[in-house]
Design a protein around this ligand. Structure first.
Ligand code: SF4
Ligand code: SF4
Length: 243
């Protein structure tokens, strides 16, 4: 069984944003949102020995994805290749998974009102292609493949060259996006953008996002039903009176 993974070599990345543009075009991502992003860490060190690093981020297709369990509709799931996917027909746009993701990799798409995120370009993989960001990377800094295939490039980069996961002792969910880079740069990336502990759902949030709309819809339907019954009865009464 394939286990898909991505490796980004931060030593090669030139922060040109070609990957984010390709991703947005591939998925028609609305302006102001992104499935993949490129940032630059704040400067570290002291003058004249200052340093910084590009950071290329997206959904990590985690081995133990904290975004799956809180999904009340079952729309978020992990497929056989380890890719965490969203069934948009089932998603209700409640955003619980957005809160649960330690990497801030999800957003509510304002056009569809459903959750959106990277899925390693699943349709492209099924056509035998690599994800759009990998195909477009101007610096050839991104690699994609099957971690279970010991002859794949990603396997070599992870198991031989020590490509690293961006996780901490407190947030270790098995991300399948790995990074190569100078150790001080990888440390700087992790300290600048550490994964945050998944936010737990509070009773207030559950009421506001899930139960309240449901209760209001039920109340609305009850009123509508009573109104229909009232006018039906009224109409029937008028008929009886005419007779
Ligand atoms: S990065 Fe976030 S959205 Fe992606 S699988 Fe992990 S927890 Fe889920
Ligand atoms: S396309 Fe490649 S080089 Fe450009 S920002 Fe993305 S990862 Fe970096």
């Amino acid at each position: 069984m394939a286990r898909y993974a991505m490796v980004t070599d931060l030593r090669k990345c030139v922060a040109c944003q070609a990957c984010t543009v390709a991703c947005s075009a591939e998925w028609a991502v609305p302006a102001g949102h992104a499935r993949t992003h490129v940032r630059t860490t704040p400067l570290a060190g002291s003058f004249p020995n200052l340093t910084s690093s590009p950071v290329v981020g997206q959904c990590n297709q985690c081995d133990h994805p904290p975004c799956v369990e809180p999904c009340p509709s079952g729309a978020t799931y992990q497929d056989a290749g380890g890719i965490v996917r969203v069934d948009t027909d089932v998603c209700i746009g409640c955003g619980f998974c957005v809160d649960a993701c330690p990497y801030e990799a999800r957003f509510i798409n304002p056009r569809t009102k459903k959750v959106d995120k990277c899925d390693f370009c699943r349709p492209r993989i099924e056509r035998g292609e690599v994800p759009a960001c990998v195909a477009t990377c101007t610096a050839h800094a991104k690699y994609f493949g099957d971690l279970e295939d010991r002859n794949s490039e990603v396997s070599r980069l992870v198991f031989r060259d020590g490509a690293r996961r961006m996780e901490t002792r407190t947030v270790a969910v098995g991300p399948n996006v790995f990074y190569l880079g100078r150790p001080e740069h990888l440390d700087l990336v992790l300290s600048s953008y550490p994964p945050r502990p998944p936010r737990l759902l509070t009773a207030g949030a559950a009421w506001t996002r899930l139960l309240k709309p449901l209760v209001l819809a039920m109340v609305g339907m009850t009123f509508a039903g009573q109104a229909v019954a009232f006018f039906t009865q009224l109409h029937k009464g008028e008929g009886d009176f005419e007779e």
